[in-house]
Design a protein around this ligand. Sequence first.
Ligand SMILES: [Zn+2]
Length: 352
Amino acid sequence: MHVEPRHHASTGHSAGSPSASSAESPNGSPAGLPADPPGDLVAALDIGGTKIAGALVDGGGRILVRARRPTPAREDGETVMAAVADVLAELAGSPLWARAGAVGIGSAGPVDASAGTVSPVNVPGWRGYPLVERVRAAGGGLPVELVGDGVAMTAAEHWQGAARGHDDALCLVVSTGVGGGLVLGGRLHPGPTGNAGHIGHISVDLDGDPCPCGGRGCVERIASGPNIARRALGLGWRPGPDGDATATGVAAAARAGDPVARASYERAARALAAGIAATAALVEVRIAVVGGGVAGAGDVLFAPLRRSLREYATLSFVRDLVVVPASTGTDAGLLGAAAAAFGTRPRGTALR
Ligand SMILES: [Zn+2]
């Protein structure tokens, strides 16, 4: 997939950054848009363990209509699907729906894009669930493209965010887990099942702790938010008066100079750096974009991450690798799903 950015000014529509919520035009038809042909929009679905977000998105990455439902994650598979269908029905109620030419889905994983199925770890009712087929039926037969959430975030960052203009990039989502995706040779590289770039389960500690994935010493086992907090607590750190015992609380303590809190972030940063350096040596990415809640720690994470990269990324062709924060924010999933949908259309009117 290759999504070319389009100048916002070309539509004469000054919604500004597509990543900002101010880009939203709540009631359909944005004034001043030229008479675009049908199919110039896509429907995007961002499906996670807590919410199902939907949007109609244009070729410039602007979100024109939104819909959202909580994910009934503990319910059976058909109940979860009914929530997805509700989101689609709400989008279809917009007059802009007639302009939608495809549906893109970014889903919590694992996904199997080749089979059109999903098995999100935190949605037990969906195991090998035929999501693509069901969304195609609910969406009136529009073509459907499925990617994992890490790949979706990567597509969003390449299209509208910090990886824009970079032909070779690794994007990481560091939050409850650690996911990621790759852009290689200017194109998103989802791999056959849509999971390529899943850096969280590269082992960086051969004799490390067992990981729920079945491996050992995975990046995620060290660098995810819950593991940052777990290690800090295990070494004697205690939350402050606000009682925040999550990675956010550890970050606040690290910022205030707490040595144990700092050490936990340092170790997470080293694990991420080792994984990023390995990826760069394998496929020559030039930039690593880091998003997700843990990236919100800012310099508490990025300073040791950049320092550690100098330790692990030493060869001439990886030495200049840069690490930057992601910039598409909470809309990354929707924008990435939209980018995936645009990328599959044989003759997209808005892109390429
Ligand atoms: Zn693992």
